[in-house]
Design a protein around this ligand. Structure first.
Ligand code: TSJ
Length: 648
């Protein structure tokens, strides 16, 4: 706890003018509906607090006044973020009667509204500002090193508990913020080092030359990472393709600066990759739904490829490459900075500023064609790949046509192995995808056939990594999944045609089971991405342990619940003999047990698969199945205890 030198708040409040009282109401609104400001009060919201503060420090770096940001997770539930910038101004301004420091922490949407254009680009959580963090913190302390003095101000749940006070002398400049997220607001106040490291690494890549240091001081977790990438997004691309096989050694880098905006693009093609990996950012904020900058990039890329192909006679006559052909195997990062960024869509994750489309379009059109002229061998291998992609896509289209025709003839034949449910509305139905015969049998016996359908998987799994769409259609294991879901695949995928709104992967809790999950997730990620983005995919959680005492059997989900369950079963004297067996496969449960533990909506635990899980699966997949041997060896050595079997 901070030592609280609380000034006479009541006395001060009497002097407050009307606008000040509104300020207080403003932060009250944040506490009433935190989700409106930080998305949620779960772990994601908690970490947003950190990003919001860090974004302010990064803005100072963007303005050219700071080159180091540090984060320290302390042992007492607090976190400190420090920069070596100019320090937030602490002097009272005549017009407002307050200081920038006070405004930053007490006024909603304060970012960029002070300091005479001090903030060139508005970053942060789409501009909600440090005041939101303040409102949602049990306490927050800010120390500003400026003009030889250390100025300190303190708050509790958004209220000022100590006005700006000089607490010491200094020969440095910068801003230091420490806060303790409010346990009354957040479900869980534990910072995740991994989550913060991933985000900070991304920010270090996006702001080349900026050093971001992250330190964990929590007992038993002591660790530190210091990240600084002089190469910026160029190094970001290298980092993403590190386990793949690049078609060309050097990452292509294109950039342009205008008076009030900048755009930079880094890209590389890999021979052993058939999907596209496009990451875009506006003012350092990820735009997963793309927007104008992405649209401009894609349009120009396709045009440059076709123009170059025609000019060099690699493309003949009427041959034309589609946008997707041109992006097969690409890893690209687009980062733009602009004033008044407009974020659109439900999740505010799409850039709406239309001037960015023409800006990025002309940048790519001009500089990529120059690059191709100057590096003809690189251009040739990239274009070759796009032309191959185009042929494969044509073959896939024909295969799809065939399936469609066949379906029309047979009246949309469902796979023979599918045990369908009676209910027809997809909102109410669930498809369990189960590996293997015996588990499939138990699942069929245990299910509620009114709304639960079972699809057992048979046959050899296809290596999706090396396969193009055309092959996926013919695969004996995946075709039933495609037809059972009924929504098509690839560019044809139509969410509206989905036959089940819950797709539940049920596999054993062993190596093979985890393989099947990785594989199916990779397949969904690459060929039915909206299925994952729409939140339709779940993993069933079969219990890991079986406890037996005499005739009493109890199933336990995981290690966390094991001790409590054991104690309960041993009885009051604690002497009862309880046998623990690790549940190896779904087949070890009979139909009743499977229903009770894993399939009954009243008692089961489902894990919803998020994009992150799919991306992880995809990465593991690339490592296991890709053409590079070294990362595979590393992975296997690292996870040797799971005894991965590579001949799946
Ligand atoms: F706001 C905050 F608390 F989230 C925060 C702000 C947290 C951290 C870690 C750093 C910062 C911050 C703010 N670092 N640097 C600045 N810079 C200014 O606020 C600043 C300084 C000088 C001038 C000027 O015009 O002289 C203008 C600005 C905006």
């Amino acid at each position: 706890m901070p030592e609280e030198t609380i000034k006479n708040i009541n006395g001060e409040l009497e002097d407050y003018d009307a606008s000040h009282i509104q300020v207080l109401e403003g932060l009250e609104a944040v506490r009433l509906r935190p989700g409106m400001y930080i998305g949620s009060t779960s772990s994601s919201g908690l970490h947003h607090l950190v990003y919001e503060i860090v974004d302010n420090a990064i803005d100072e770096a963007l303005a050219g006044f700071c080159d180091e940001v540090s984060l320290v997770i302390h042992n007492n539930g607090t976190i400190t973020i420090t920069d070596n910038g100019r320090g937030i101004p602490v002097d009272v301004q005549e017009q407002t009667g307050t200081s920038a420091l006070e405004v930053v922490f007490t006024v909603l949407h304060a970012g960029g509204k002070f300091g005479g254009g001090g903030y060139k680009v508005a970053g942060g959580l789409h501009g909600v500002g440090a005041s939101v963090v303040n409102a949602l913190s049990e306490w927050l302390t800010v120390r500003v090193h400026r003009n030889g003095q250390i100025h300190e101000m303190k708050f509790s749940r958004g209220d000022i508990t100590q006005y700006i006070t000089v607490v010491g002398e200094t020969n440095k400049s910068g801003t230091e913020v420490t806060f303790k997220p409010d346990a009354e607001v957040f479900d869980d106040c534990t910072f995740s080092y991994e989550v913060l490291r991933t985000r900070m690494r991304e920010q270090a890549f996006l702001n080349g030359g900026l050093r971001i240091t992250l330190r964990d001081e929590r007992e038993g977790h002591e660790t530190e990472d210091s990240m600084c990438y002089e190469g910026g997004i160029k190094e970001f691309v290298q980092y993403i393709t590190r386990n793949k096989t690049p078609l060309h050694d050097n990452v292509v880098y294109l950039s342009e600066e205008r008076s009030d905006s900048t755009a930079e693009i880094a890209l590389q093609y890999c021979g052993d990759v058939y999907n596209e990996f496009l990451l875009s950012f506006a003012n350092n904020i990820n735009t997963p739904d793309g927007g104008m900058h992405e649209t401009g990039f894609k349009a120009a890329l396709t045009r440059v490829f076709n123009d170059y192909g025609k000019k060099t006679n690699m493309l003949k006559g009427e041959d034309k490459l589609s946008g997707e052909d041109c992006r097969e195997g690409i890893t690209a990062i687009i980062s733009v900075r602009l004033m008044d960024a407009q974020f659109e869509g439900q999740t505010k994750s799409k850039l709406g500023n239309s001037e960015m489309r023409s800006f990025v379009d002309s940048l790519v059109a001009e500089k990529l064609s120059t690059y191709f002229e100057e590096n003809p061998s690189v251009a040739r291998s990239i274009l070759d790949k796009a032309i191959t992609a185009s042929r494969a896509r044509e073959a896939a289209r024909k295969a799809r046509e065939n399936i469609r025709r066949k379906n029309a003839l047979e009246g949309m034949a469902l796979p023979g192995k599918l045990a369908d449910c009676n209910e027809a509305s997809p909102e109410l139905t669930e498809l369990y995808i189960v590996e293997g015969d015996s588990a499939g049998g138990s699942a069929k016996g245990g299910r509620d056939s009114r709304f639960q359908a079972i699809l057992p998987l048979f046959g050899k799994m296809l290596n999706v990594e090396k396969a193009r769409a055309a092959k996926v259609y013919g695969n004996e294991k995946l075709t039933p999944v495609i037809t059972a879901l009924g929504a098509g695949i690839g560019e044809d995928f139509d969410e509206a045609k989905l036959r089940y709104h819950k797709v539940i992967l049920m596999a054993d809790a062993d190596v093979d089971g985890s393989h099947i999950r990785t594989l199916l997730l990779t397949f969904f990620f690459r060929f039915m991405r909206p299925l994952i983005e729409g939140g339709y995919v779940y993993a069933a959680q079969p219990p890991l342990f079986k406890l037996t005492r005499g005739k009493t059997i109890r199933w336990v989900l995981d290690e966390k619940e094991l001790d409590a369950a054991l104690a309960e079963m041993r009885g009051e004297d604690g002497k009862g003999r309880v046998d623990i067996t690790r549940n190896k496969g779904l087949g070890e449960m009979d139909a009743h047990e499977l229903w009770d533990t894993t399939m009954n909506p009243e008692t089961r635990v489902l894990k919803r698969i998020e994009m992150k899980d799919a991306i992880d699966a995809d990465e593991i997949f690339t490592i296991l199945m890709g053409e590079k041997v070294e990362p595979r060896k590393e992975y296997i050595e690292k996870y040797a205890k799971y005894a991965i079997n590579l001949d799946m």
